[in-house]
Every structure is written in C-alpha cells, then in structure tokens.
Design a protein around this ligand. Structure first.
Ligand code: AGP
Length: 606
C-alpha cells in the first residue's frame, strides 16, 4: 500500500499535502515525495527522499516556491528498493508531468520496452515510471487534455492502481484514476482534495466523494468532474465522513489489527497478481533449481507456521524434502547445508535477527537463499539470492494476520513454481491451482461476512484458563497459529496439537468446560472422520468444542462454517475465525490489541 494525497485550492499546497502524508504514513514509509505546480509552463517543483517522511521534511528549505496545487506520496515499495530515485512522484522526460501511484502494474515490463523503443528514457526500477511516460504520450495525443489521456491509458494498464497526475501547463488541475485501489475526493470550499483515504484531508473537510472502479476524476479548486473510461460524466455520490482523524488513520476500524484482518482479500489478490502461472524470471533467475535436492524453511512465530503449511505443498508439488526450522534453533545444531540446499527465510519485516542470523549461517555454508518478505529493501531480502515479495502492505498491528495470509500464498507459489521447474507437476495442474488460488480473496470475504457472532461466542470463554486447538495435516500448523494469536493477544495459555496426538498425553488437559477449537479437514475426507473422532474424545471428557469446517460437525457445540477449498489452501480460510476469536478475546480482557504487552512488531535482537 502507499499513501497518496493531492491538493488544489486557495491555500499554499505544501502544507495540506505534507499534513496528508503524515496522516497516511502508516500506509507506507519506505520513501516520500512531493510535486508542486508553479506558473503555467514552468517546470514542476519536485522533492523526494528515501526513508520516512521526516527525511523529506528535513530536506525542505524555507525557499520552497509558493504553489496552490500539488501531489504527495508515501511509498510501500513493490518494484524497486526504497531509494530517492524510486521514490514517487515520477516525471516524464520534460519534467512537466508528475505522477504518483498506489498498487501494482502487472504489464509494466512490456509497457517500458515499448516506451523505451519510442525514445523515452527511464531513471527508476519502478512499475510506476512506465505509467508516467505512457500518460505523457497520451496527453500529447489528446492535445494536452490530461483527463482524456488518463482515461486512455487506464485501458492499457493491467493490475491495480490509484493514480494522480499534474502537468505544469495546467497548474490548478489534478487528474486521478482508480482500479482495485482506493481513491476518495475531499470536497472543500474553494479547494479540493484527492487521497488514498479520508485521513489525509479530514482536518479540512468532512465532505467526501467515493470513486468507483475504473473511474477518472478531474479536479480544480472550483470543480470536480468524475467520468468513466469512455468519458461519460458520472454523478457525485457525496457523503459525510463520520470518523475523527485518528479513527480515519485506521480506515474507520477500531484497531489496525481488525483493519488488517479485513485487508486480507486485497493482500492475497495483490500477492497473486501476475504470479499464478509461475514466478517471473526476474524473481527466480539467480537461483539454480536443478541443483536443489532439499528445501529448508527458516522463520519465527507466525512466519514459522506459514512455513509448516508450505512444507505440505512444496513436498507434494515439487517432490522434494522440506524441513521447517525455528530460526533461533537452526544454526546452533550445525545443520548439514550445501549448494543443493534451497533455504527459504520467511519474514514479514525482513529484519528478524533470529531469521537473519540463520540465513547468514546457511549462506556461508553454500546454500541458495530465496526469501519471502513483505518489506521491500529490508535486510533479509537484501542479503538473499532471490526474493518473493508478499504484497500485504504495511502491517502495523504486532499480531500478524494479512502478512500470514500472504506468506501462505507465497508458499503455494513457490511449491507450484518448483514443481513445474522439476517436471513433477504439469502446466495444466499449475493452471488449475492458479484458478483455485484466484478464488481465495472472494472466499476470505465470505468468511469475513460471517464472523460477527464470534464476538458473543468468544466472550463465553473469556475467563477460561486455557484454550486448546486441534488440527490435522495443514490444519495442524493452523492450530499452532490460532494458539499463538490467542497467547499474544489475550495473554491466555493456548496450545495447538495434531488431532492424532491428543491420546498420547494432551487429552489429560481436558476438563469440564475446557474450550477446544477443532480445525476440521475438508468435509467427507478420511482425515475429517478422524478429526470427528477427536471431537468426540474431548467432548466425552467435558470439553466445549468449536469446530471450523466446510461441512457439518454434529458432535461440536458450535460450528463456524467456511467455504470449501483445495485441502492445501484451507488454512487461508480457517485461520480467519481464529484471528477474530483472538481479537475479540483481547477486547473482552481489556488488552491493548495493536500493541500487546511484552511484544514488538519486529524482533531485531537474538
Ligand atoms: C506473530 O503475530 C508475531 N508478530 C510474531 O510471531 C512474528 O510472526 C515473528 O516475530 C516473525 O516476524 P517476521 O515475520 O517479521 O520475521
């Protein structure tokens, strides 16, 4: 995700744009930049810096020229590391057109090649820069009509985008467009705003217009025009913003964690874009898959649980042994590592010291390193041979939710790519699984529509001393993840077990009223029957069972129904109720949801 702001109006633009970026910095903080229009025809004023917004603010001197219109951007890097050059805004070759972008342009490579062949010169590694050169040509073809040009290029772009553009020949105008990425209009008095979300301008106006899919907006200080891509004028659906400024930064959600739970469909969609038919050579070219005879996944906490799910998929689809190691334990047992080992560090932050040190150990012993990371340009991907970035956007809450979902997606993509490269699975199977993966965002949405009753159900157990989680196959790592969520949010003892392991000791923990969550395998499967027996076993000893299932579970006290999915993909769906239960339990116990006690978002000590 990135933060996007545009202002045009009676005031100096610098202040509202900077203020908007401050309120949106949680959406991305790899780099920040601003472009301002000056007199008609004069080159734009542009300043952009890697790092947090304070770096940009620190670079601004009192002689910033006065301007009444400008755009600003805080970046969450997807293509190209967090550098000054890759920071937005990006400019055309004349320096008169500036553009900022939130999202992922899937066909940027082919667009760039065509534009370079036409003589455009590029400076950055970003997907966005292809768009500004495309827009520059389209604007010339439309005799300077920036809105008409924007409508044109939107029909050539594939992927997700929010775009804002300004041109020095028309200094009061800002043109925007959106597809699968948010853009709202702030309606002022003699001034108008554009932003990724209302947090950017709520201090100035509570009047807002929502933009729909594939719509183009054209604003000046005194006008707002919204059209479809064919140029048909669309009505304004104005609404009053009911949030206060701090709530707006959470998108109206009470906590970042809840917002991030609900962002999972979009995070999954963005992580899948352009990858369901196999990973691009730009990701994997540095790796020699033919030499790989073993995979070792190293990670911590939630990322470790994603790795455990990945083991099932990669072993099955790539026919290769996979070990999953706690990073903090790995290097202290002097593991056997060489060039035939593909080490996969999984890390949301890319800075977890345990994972970094384990990766360095493996590298010095000759392993190939293919990291899965959510933070572009962080240490772990920088020291890897290759990286598969998840596109979950910034995850602010300490408890990982959308990052976990995208780590699972990354595991599936690696398994499919490795299996195809090793000739274990066919392109047809990859296509079939690509279709299954592409259904996940909508299926997660379905689950999110049914979680409301979990608030009341969770409160029944708020005074329990512990909660047990049972799963089989990929449901077992899911059980571990559910237990971790409850521990870190509710400060309640919780433990995950393989269902078949209960009878070897843990069943002694069951007492009258012990809450047990059973993550059921696909209804009708052999494992589902075995899990049903486990449910009976714990019920017989007084447990209260909450089952998460895509089918009926007669013996359970409560059943949380989820859609069916391929057995390996089920954790993406079954983990959502577990996240919500942990969230609700934290609320019920009066805990700090986004910053639970004793924890940090990124553990940069060993
Ligand atoms: C999960 O909710 C925790 N925040 C924690 O277990 C986390 O997953 C772990 O510290 C790994 O962090 P990383 O993904 O940034 O490496």
């Amino acid at each position: 995700m990135c933060g996007i702001v545009g202002y045009t109006g009676k005031s100096s633009a610098l202040s509202p744009v900077l203020e908007g970026l401050r309120r949106l910095e949680y959406r991305g903080y790899d780099s920040a930049g601003i472009a301002l229009t000056l007199k008609p025809g004069a080159p734009l004023w542009v300043e952009k810096r890697a790092g947090k917004l304070e770096n940009l603010e620190g670079s601004l001197t009192p002689d910033v020229p006065k301007s009444h219109s400008g755009i600003g951007h805080t970046r969450w890097a997807t293509h190209g590391g967090p550098t000054d050059t890759n920071a937005h805004p990006h400019l055309d070759n004349e320096g008169k057109l500036a553009l900022i972008h939130n999202g992922i342009i899937e066909n940027y490579v082919e667009l760039r090649a065509a534009l370079e062949a036409k003589g455009h010169t590029f400076k950055s590694e970003t997907d966005t820069e292809s768009v500004v050169h495309l827009l520059s040509d389209a604007r010339k073809a439309h005799n300077g009509d920036l809105a008409a040009a924007m409508r044109d290029i939107c029909q050539e772009l594939r992927g997700s985008f929010t775009l804002l553009a300004i041109h020095s020949d028309d200094p009061e105008r800002i043109v925007g467009a959106r597809r699968n990425s948010p853009l709202v209009v702030g309606v002022g008095d003699g001034e108008n705003f554009l932003a990724s979300d209302v947090a950017a301008f709520i201090a100035h106006t509570k009047r807002a217009l929502e933009l729909g899919q594939d719509e183009v907006v054209d604003i000046t200080p005194s006008s707002i025009t919204i059209t479809d891509l064919l140029g048909n004028i669309l009505p304004h659906n104005e609404y009053e913003i009911s949030w206060d400024a701090s709530a707006a930064e959470r998108g109206g959600y009470t906590h970042f964690m809840l917002k991030e739970i609900y962002e999972q469909p979009k995070a999954i969609l963005d992580t899948l874009i352009g990858r369901t038919a196999g990973l691009d050579a730009s990701i994997t070219s540095a790796l020699n898959f033919e030499a790989v005879s073993k995979v070792v996944i190293i990670a911590c906490g939630t990322a470790y649980h994603a790795g455990l799910v990945g083991k099932y998929a990669i072993e099955k689809w790539a026919g290769i042994p996979v070990d999953v190691e706690y990073a903090s334990e790995y290097r202290y047992r002097d593991p056997s590592v060489d060039g035939s080992t593909l080490v996969i560090p999984i890390s949301q932050s890319g800075e977890t010291m345990d994972t970094l040190m384990a990766m360095r150990y493996a590298k010095t012993h000759g392993a190939q390193v293919f990291s899965v990371c959510n933070t572009n340009g962080s240490t772990i991907p920088r020291e890897s041979d290759a990286v598969l970035y998840t596109h979950a956007g910034p995850e602010i809450a300490v408890a990982s939710t959308k990052a976990f979902a995208t780590q699972l997606i990354a595991m599936y993509l690696v398994g499919l790519h490795l299996g195809l490269a090793r000739g274990v699975i066919t392109p047809e199977f990859v296509t079939q699984m690509g279709d299954e993966l592409s259904e996940l965002p909508a299926k997660v949405e379905q689950v999110l529509e049914t979680v409301e009753p979990l608030r009341e159900l969770t409160r029944k157990f708020k005074d329990s001393s512990s909660m047990l989680f049972l799963g089989r196959h990929v449901g077992f790592p899911t059980a571990l993840e559910g237990a971790l969520k409850l521990k870190e949010l509710a400060y309640m003892h919780a433990e995950g077990f393989p269902g078949g392991e209960l009878k070897h000791g843990p069943i002694a923990l069951i007492d009258q009223g012990t809450p047990v969550i059973a993550i059921m395998p696909a209804a009708g499967s052999l494992l589902a029957e075995k899990m049903a027996s486990n449910v009976q076993e714990v019920k017989a000893r007084g447990a209260v069972v909450i089952a998460i299932s895509d089918g009926p579970v007669p013996a359970a006290d409560h059943v949380i129904r989820i859609p069916s999915a391929h057995e390996f993909l089920q954790p993406v769906l079954s983990v959502v109720p577990l996240q919500v239960i942990a969230y609700e339990m934290a609320l019920a116990r009066g805990n700090d949801v986004d910053q639970p006690r004793n924890l940090a978002k990124s553990v940069t000590v060993e």
